[in-house]
Design a protein around this ligand. Structure first.
Ligand code: NI
Length: 135
């Protein structure tokens, strides 16, 4: 098994709010992140695909295809978006780094035809990232 990783960057804004909680509880729990006008992040995404090297191509998968998949499934949906309002899933799911990583997994995993999605790593800042392995 070999692991191939592609990195991509996108910018998006969000805020944290749980409608099941009172305004006070939201403020206490999320602090500044509860401001409904949102704030921005420059996210770095790393998508790792695991597979075997095809003896004919010498590759696990065509990296151009992976780049295109990231464009159509992640960038078009999330880049320069206000996640809470413009990405349907985040109307009901809080767009934390964790939940964004899970959503990216859900969108990419079924579309990979060669190799298997192994990991989504999503950096919210250079010092902070989450890893998701699909379970
Ligand atoms: Ni934030």
């Amino acid at each position: 098994m070999i692991y191939v990783t592609r990195r991509a960057e996108f910018s998006a804004s969000h805020y944290y709010h749980n409608p099941a909680l009172s305004p006070d509880e939201n403020r206490r729990l999320f602090g500044k992140c509860n401001n409904p006008h949102g704030h921005g992040h420059n996210y770095t995404l790393e998508v790792t695909v695991a597979g075997e090297v095809d003896p004919v191509t010498g590759m696990v998968l065509d990296l151009k295809d992976l780049k295109q998949l990231l464009e159509s499934e992640v960038m078009e949906l999330m880049d320069h978006r206000f996640l809470n309002e413009e990405v349907p899933v985040f109307r009901t799911v809080i767009p934390t780094t964790e939940n964004i990583a899970i959503e990216i997994w859900r969108r990419l995993a079924p579309k990979l035809t060669l190799g298997q999605l192994h990991r989504i790593r999503l950096y919210e800042t250079p010092d902070l990232y989450v890893d998701y392995y699909g379970d």
